[in-house]
Ligand binder design. Structure first.
Ligand code: GLN
Length: 446
């Protein structure tokens, strides 16, 4: 049914870079046979999953939506893929994204732009826009994305689906092509909160192959879906409803606050005073890490290599000039500058100190509150082409999500309402490893 749906709508949505129809149908048949034979199957057996194209899949092309990796076929599976395979889910294909996950609209893909299923003249958000659009359009039942500064939650908000960034270290990054290693996390994009909890059950857990993976006991996340949130203390940071937030979006969030109060939660205003510094700190730290991570694309090891070169250094230069898109080059230049001798202390080190202050803001808020609430994005899905020529405008779309990655804490975006026939996402933020509490509150709202 999912592949029939793909046939009907994919030429309008363009969510997938690669479809793996034959493998998927074969795996689905195997699950069917096992079921008929009376075998006990895991809960998600046979369910089609859309996987972002920066997650390595054995023998299936993994491009990061970059010319640099247009022909890269990984010889191994990312740890999350191993978990998905054990759970006997079925990969439908690899989804479009902003090149190397740098962007907020999917327009930085080297191949094509994905359209928002609610209005195809608009962007699906990004960078995990392909997975979000696929789930929203019924071209997959479950999706995986990655979130470095909002790339799961913001497309979830724009496409009217559920998207969760887990605590840093909760999901293995082994086999996730690195953008900014201290911020990247893989997470679910799903139609509802129950699916999100079920997918989280599959992908979370300690992995010795990722040195930043946390050893923790993974609970059954579906056990939190009780509908009861009486007495839960929810803080609303005033910075998240202030300037820069579209008044219509603010109104939807105000209504959500009333809904929570009606459900018996205690909702009060609070403050995260360093919020305004999250964007500048992020745009020093993320590009700095990216400039280092992307040094490996030299035309020697894998991927694209420039055809004509005079010598080795010329080959490196041509390969990188031709292989990377303009946003990726902008980040490499920003990052290299921020890390260079003489500027390291003024920019990179300073940004790290600000990051600590941002984390301390959250620690303080969580002494008083169980959860924090606000919009996921300041706007609804914008028109394709509207922000492509203005990087700063594009960066601003992530003002509500970036700080969460800097602090390493978990957050979800759930559909909260509509403005002019476009979905608005509500963001719930929790304590480290507080995914269960977030899911409890998200489920009660749904
Ligand atoms: N839009 C932000 C960026 O370009 C976040 C991207 C992400 O989370 N991968 O860096």
């Amino acid at each position: 049914a999912v592949f029939e749906r793909i046939e009907q709508v994919e030429d309008k949505i363009r969510a997938y870079i690669t479809l793996t129809r034959e493998q998927a149908l074969e795996l689905a048949r195997q699950v069917d046979r096992a079921r008929l034979a009376g075998e006990a199957l895991p809960p998600l057996a046979g369910i089609p999953v859309a996987v972002k194209d920066n997650i390595c899949t054995k023998r299936v092309r993994t491009t990061c939506a970059s010319k640099m990796l247009y022909n890269y076929i990984p010889p191994y599976d990312a740890t999350v893929m191993k978990h998905l395979n054990q759970a006997r889910t079925v990969m439908a294909g690899k989804t479009n994204m902003d090149e190397f996950a740098m962007g907020s609209s999917c327009e930085n893909s080297a191949f094509f732009t994905t359209c928002n299923p609610w209005d195809t003249t608009r962007v699906p958000g990004g960078s995990s826009g392909g997975s979000a659009a696929a789930v929203a359009a019924g071209e997959a039942i479950l999706g995986l994305g990655s979130d470095t500064g909002g790339s799961i939650r913001q497309p979830a908000s724009f496409c009217g689906v559920v998207g969760m960034k887990p605590t840093y270290g909760a999901v293995s990054r082994y086999g996730l092509v690195a953008y900014a290693s201290s911020l990247d996390q893989i997470g679910p994009l799903t139609r509802d909160v129950t699916d999100c909890a079920m997918l989280l059950n599959v992908i979370c857990g300690h992995d010795p192959l990722d040195s930043t993976s946390a050893p923790f006991a993974v609970p059954d996340y579906t056990s939190f879906l009780t509908g009861d949130i009486k007495g839960v203390k929810i803080g609303v940071p005033r910075e998240y409803l202030g300037e820069g937030i579209d008044p219509a979006v603010r109104e939807v969030i105000q209504k959500a606050i009333e809904t929570y109060a009606g459900l018996g939660a205690v909702v009060e205003e609070t403050t995260l005073p360093h919020t305004e510094y999250a964007l500048p700190a992020y745009y020093l730290i993320a590009p700095a890490e990216a400039s280092s991570n992307l040094a490996r694309y030299d035309g020697v090891r894998y991927g694209y290599r420039a055809a004509e070169a005079e010598d080795l250094v010329d080959m490196f230069m041509r390969t990188r000039s031709e292989g990377f898109g303009s946003e990726v080059k902008r980040r490499i230049m920003l990052g290299t500058y921020a890390l260079s001798a003489g500027y390291y202390d003024a920019y990179y080190n300073q940004a790290l100190k600000v990051r600590t202050l941002i984390k301390a803001d959250f620690d303080r808020a969580f002494e008083e509150f169980d959860l924090l609430l606000g919009p996921t994005a300041p706007v609804t899905a914008f028109k394709r082409g509207e922000k492509v020529d203005d990087p700063l405008q594009m960066y601003m779309v992530d003002i509500c999500t970036l700080a969460i990655n800097l602090a390493g804490i978990p957050a979800i975006s759930i559909p909260a309402g509509m403005v002019n026939k476009l979905p608005v996402g509500l963001q719930l933020i929790g304590r480290p490893f507080g995914e269960g509490d977030i899911l409890r509150a998200a489920y009660a709202f749904e």
